[in-house]
Design a protein around this ligand. Structure first.
Ligand code: BTN
Length: 244
């Protein structure tokens, strides 16, 4: 484990270590990030000590990835691991929002950015980066009621080393499930943790404009299935917004 006072992005530090041969499980933690990034090119606000900013190197077995999409199940597995670990470490009812945001009552608590390094069509390694809000200072106030933190939810100081240890143990266990082919265990756990998903009204941007429908669940590759006017649409990537 590399524990840094500051990093631009722990995902970049981990990728450089992986390029130099660092083994699976090598973990980079930073007290703060100066250029933390989220999904869809967003900034991930990373002030000192207010959140966990962590990246783990994963070297996938062939069964963990395919040519079109590197390790889709790995990103689901990481969401499962973080939600499970937050539940164990804090007692909070953490849930998952597709594909792998960890939320409490629809407020975002943690996000995952998995970045793959490819060689042709095969995945050389994946950097699994995650950020967990520990304190309200972890996010800009303008995000308001859409985000939350462990301390805001529990009302008491959080033992961040304990939360981190639980998360890393859970990621390790879920990666073992993947490596040993227990895909159903991941999907079942994901479905149990995404309790608000079935029947939820959702919308997303398509090239033809905004599409709305009712979420039905996920298929065995982790794609979101949405009922749009009686037809089932499959969403493999992108961002889905929940409607009230
Ligand atoms: C999201 O948009 O939900 C994903 C956020 C991922 C943030 C983490 S913090 C540690 C790692 N380093 C980064 O630059 N991003 C990820």
């Amino acid at each position: 484990m590399h524990w840094l006072a500051s990093a631009e992005s722990t995902n970049d530090v981990a990728a450089r270590l992986a390029e130099c041969g660092a083994e699976e499980g090598t973990t980079v933690v930073a007290e703060m990030q100066t250029a933390g990034r989220g999904r869809h090119g967003r900034v991930w606000f990373s002030p000192p000590g207010a959140g966990l900013y962590v990246s783990v190197i994963v070297r996938p077995a062939p069964s963990m990835s395919n040519d079109e999409q590197p390790a889709p199940l790995l990103t689901l597995a990481a969401g499962v691991a973080i939600a499970e670990a937050v539940r164990v470490a804090t007692g909070l009812p953490a849930e998952i929002k597709w594909p792998n945001d960890v939320v409490i009552a629809r407020r975002k608590l943690a996000g995952i950015l998995a970045e793959a390094a490819m060689h042709g069509s095969s995945t050389r390694f994946i950097v699994l980066g995650f950020g967990v809000n520990l304190q309200p200072a972890a996010y800009p106030p303008e995000l308001g009621s859409r985000v939350t933190s462990i301390e805001a939810e529990t009302g008491r100081p959080v033992d961040r080393a304990f939360v981190l240890a639980e998360i890393l143990a859970a990621i390790s266990a879920r990666c073992r499930d993947l490596r040993e082919g227990r895909f159903d265990a991941i999907l079942t756990a994901w479905r149990q943790l995404a309790v608000a998903l079935p029947g939820a009204r959702v919308e997303w941007d398509s090239p033809a404009g905004i599409v709305r429908g009712r979420a039905e669940g996920i298929d065995r590759h982790g794609a979101l299935l949405v009922n749009v006017d009686g037809n089932i649409e499959k969403i493999v990537a992108g961002e889905v917004r929940w409607l009230a």
